[in-house]
Design a protein. Structure first.
Length: 288
């Protein structure tokens, strides 16, 4: 359920992409400050968008420094956002979300690698959850409701996407202490968009494996059925995008406006079309 909230690099100004990368890589380094090196692999695009938004709501101007990438140590140093209280909070949130994702993957797939991931993250999750008990409580309730719906084989898209919306609203409130109704609206619609685009992206794989997916038809998944599913999904996804843009348009964005707008106005739409045009064939989620 992670990795879809991306900027569209080919259509970004070079300076905006440099700042976007600075947030992503700075967050990676902040994760490394608080956790063992392997936890850096939990970083994703969605959490990068969250940290840019949180800097705005907390009115924290980022500072930058030159650094090298641990994965690519040979090369010129580049700008990264220095660690600050906003980054610290987002790192904890990322750890908590990473644990619940590993838990969900273990429940759905039960593979050894997911069990290992869950075991590896558990201790870090417990420490982060102690610092954010209200968020953890909200996520426990959210994932419990999602698990109940999935076990029942629910096809209620509104109910299923609401669990993702509730999760993202809780996360947004935790890292943006000055949150308002605009942030809640954006997080709600973004959470629904993430759940549905992930479900569609997984569709053919889940049909093949016989695993849960609310978009799976009762009968055969032929071309006509897939076209109908795609049309319905497209309408819903663009409805969510409209809600995201409406909220964002009214926000007081004074920090990192370029990269944020690149995600909201271009990146989300580009990602939507990319997934829809693969007709449910899982997209590759690449790192920077």
């Amino acid at each position: 359920m992670f990795g879809y909230v991306t900027a569209d690099k080919p259509n970004m100004l070079i300076k905006d992409y440099a700042v976007y990368r600075a947030y992503y890589c700075g967050l990676c380094k902040s994760i490394g400050r608080k956790n063992p090196p392997l936890m850096r692999f939990t970083i994703n695009y969605d959490i990068t968008f969250l940290t840019m938004l949180a800097h705005n709501y907390n009115k924290v101007e980022p500072t930058f420094k030159k650094a090298l990438c641990i994965a690519h140590p040979v090369g010129k140093p580049f700008s990264v956002v220095e660690n600050n209280p906003v980054q610290e909070c987002v790192v904890d949130i990322n750890t908590i979300l990473g644990y619940y994702k590993a838990y969900d993957d273990t429940t759905d797939k039960g593979s050894l690698k997911h069990l290992i991931a869950k075991w590896y993250i558990k201790g870090k999750y417990k420490r982060a959850a102690k610092r954010h008990p209200d968020l953890d409580k909200a996520l426990v309730a959210t994932f419990s409701e999602l698990e109940k719906l999935e076990k029942a084989g629910s096809k209620d898209i509104d109910a299923l996407t609401k669990t993702s919306a509730d999760m993202l609203v809780a996360v947004a409130k935790e890292c943006c202490k000055n949150y308002d109704e605009l942030l809640i609206k954006l997080a709600d619609n973004l959470g629904r968009w993430i759940y549905l685009i992930d479900a569609y992206d997984d569709l053919l794989k889940d049909v093949k494996k016989g695993t849960f997916n609310p978009l799976k038809p009762d009968g055969e998944l032929d071309d006509d059925t897939l076209n109908k599913i795609q049309s319905n999904v497209r309408d819903r996804l663009y409805s969510y995008l409209k809600g995201i843009r409406e909220a964002y348009d009214q926000m007081d964005i004074t920090i990192t406006e370029g990269p944020l707008s690149a995600v909201v106005y271009v990146g989300l739409r580009a990602r939507t079309e990319e997934v829809l045009n693969t007709r449910g064939m899982k997209c590759k989620k690449t790192l920077l």
